[in-house]
Design a protein around this ligand. Structure first.
Ligand code: PMP
Length: 406
């Protein structure tokens, strides 16, 4: 009965890691992985997470009963609070709600499913969904799988100037049909590492408001862009202060290093409390048939951390450790390329923010890096700065130089 099933293509980033593992060359470097690594190239369990895990293990009041369908209440409330800010007008006016989700992906998927069912007409699969060009490749797939039929891209990356194509983006918003959905990266845009400035966000918000466009923020790297949680949430908070109704999908995979615990949160900001409660009641139905109720360990870790001033301070410190290492690798790579005299400009390496850098290497150069140098990176030229270490920097810089000059 399964003989006619075609083989689906592998997921690029996981395939890259599998190829890396199989590579026997001692010089090999993995710049494709979507996770933090220490200067020893190892995964990092945040010290605050280790501490809270022990507290949880020793807490005899906890058990493994099901959580509510919408998740752990103190996790949901506090996750939304760090996205929207302590003094968010929407929180004060009691017009926000949230759903604990399986990672940021789960938040996007529940949000997408809800929008297809209830936004802009019931089961309206024709509402255009706009995704930045380029974007995290799963955005497209999530909205396709949720049933949306008209997925479009909006201008974002200007390859020639290696920066944001603000005019292209604004033009696309001007031309988009009213009520279109726009997926916006809250900070540390993946894969380009390029975010709008506050002034540019204001221009974006003004057009979106005038054109009745729906903002669906994806916040997967809060703390990674600037090292400050508040600064990295600026765009979301600005949109809320402008009176938008919006969704915000949060992932705690990166900023807590809880990749495999699947900790995410979908915040809904609505018009009033009643409105939001009705939305949540529908989301509850979606969750019930999707994962029924979420896992608790990651949510407990995050909730415990966010509700204790001392643990919260420790967490911010841990996030800063990760963000600072990324910054150091950026400046070290740039200075090496510049002293090698590698053709082109390399200021974008330090100007881009977050974990990733869009190097500007073309697919041929990427292939050379992989095949000849055993340095693994995405075909788009995206590298994860955390794959760099003080030990492999020289080799990577020289290899980029050779790829560009050969
Ligand atoms: N959005 C973006 C932009 C991401 O880069 C990622 C993770 N790669 C996610 C969402 C989803 O993260 P999670 O692993 O928490 O599902």
């Amino acid at each position: 009965i399964f003989t006619a099933v075609p083989r689906a293509p592998p997921v690029a980033v996981f395939k890259l890691t599998a190829d890396f593992r199989e590579d026997g060359d001692a010089r090999k470097v993995n710049l494709g992985v979507g996770a933090y690594r220490t200067d020893e190239g190892q995964p990092w369990v945040l010290p605050v997470v280790k501490k809270v895990e022990q507290m949880i293990a020793n807490d005899n009041s906890l058990n493994h009963e099901y959580l509510p369908i919408l998740g752990l209440p103190e996790f949901r409330a506090n996750a939304s609070r760090i996205a929207l800010g302590d003094d968010s007008p929407a929180i004060k006016e009691n017009r926000i709600g949230s759903v604990q989700s399986l990672g940021g992906t789960g938040a996007l998927r529940i949000g997408a499913e809800f929008l297809r069912r209830w936004y802009n007409g019931n089961n309206n699969t024709a509402t255009p969904v706009y995704i930045s060009a380029p974007s995290w490749e799963n955005h497209n797939s999530v909205f396709v799988d949720a049933g949306f039929k008209d997925i479009r891209t909006y201008h974002y990356w200007d390859a020639a100037k290696r920066g944001l194509d603000l005019q292209g983006l604004l033009d696309d918003m001007e031309k988009a049909p009213e009520f279109s959905i726009f997926i916006l990266h809250a900070c540390a845009h993946n894969p380009t590492g390029t975010d709008p400035t506050p002034d540019q966000w204001k221009q974006i918000a003004a057009v979106m408001k005038r054109r009745f466009l729906f903002p669906f923020f994806d916040s997967a790297y809060q703390g990674f862009a600037s090292g400050s949680l508040d600064k990295d949430a600026w765009a979301v908070r600005y949109f809320v202060s402008e009176g938008f109704e919006l969704f915000c999908a949060q992932s705690f995979s990166k900023n807590f290093g809880l990749y495999n615990e699947r900790v995410g949160n979908l915040t809904v900001v609505g018009k009033d409390a009643d409105n939001v409660q009705r939305v949540l009641s529908q989301m509850e139905k979606i969750v019930r048939t999707t994962w029924s109720n979420p896992p608790s360990q990651g949510a407990r870790i995050v909730a415990t951390t966010l509700t204790s001033p001392q643990l919260f301070a420790e967490w911010k410190d841990n996030v800063k450790t990760m963000a600072d290492r990324v910054l150091l690798m950026r400046s070290e790579l740039r200075s090496r390329l510049e002293s090698l005299g590698t053709p082109g400009t390399w200021n974008h390496i330090t100007e881009q923010i977050g974990m990733f850098s869009f190097t500007g290497l073309n697919p041929k150069q990427v292939e050379y890096m992989i095949k000849e140098k055993h340095i693994y990176l995405m075909a788009s030229g995206r590298i994860n700065m955390c794959g760099l270490t003080t030990k492999n920097l020289d080799y990577v810089a020289k290899s980029i130089h050779e790829a560009v000059t050969k």
